[in-house]
Design a protein around this ligand. Structure first.
Ligand SMILES: [Zn+2]
Length: 78
């Protein structure tokens, strides 16, 4: 089960829609909502990209820390 938040097309409230049950009703105004498959895919892709960016940033930070360590060692040696 995957809950995906989407905005009600009628009242704009955020409604949690079950991925496995994409046809639902807005809890606030009662509008019938249909989970947009394209929107889900975009959301998933965006999430994946965010994850990748985070990983890249982590790698960069680690590299930077290693460089700093090396630099500190060199300083001690000389
Ligand atoms: Zn609504």
């Amino acid at each position: 089960m995957k809950i995906i938040p989407m905005n009600c097309t009628n009242c704009g409230h955020t409604v949690d829609v079950d991925f496995d049950n994409p046809c639902t009703f807005c809890a606030y105004c009662g509008s019938k909502l249909m989970l947009d498959v394209e929107a889900i895919q975009n959301l998933l892709i965006a999430k994946e990209q965010t994850k990748q960016n985070a990983n890249e940033q982590e790698t960069k930070q680690k590299e930077l820390m290693q460089k700093q360590k090396r630099f500190a060692l060199r300083k001690k040696q000389s």
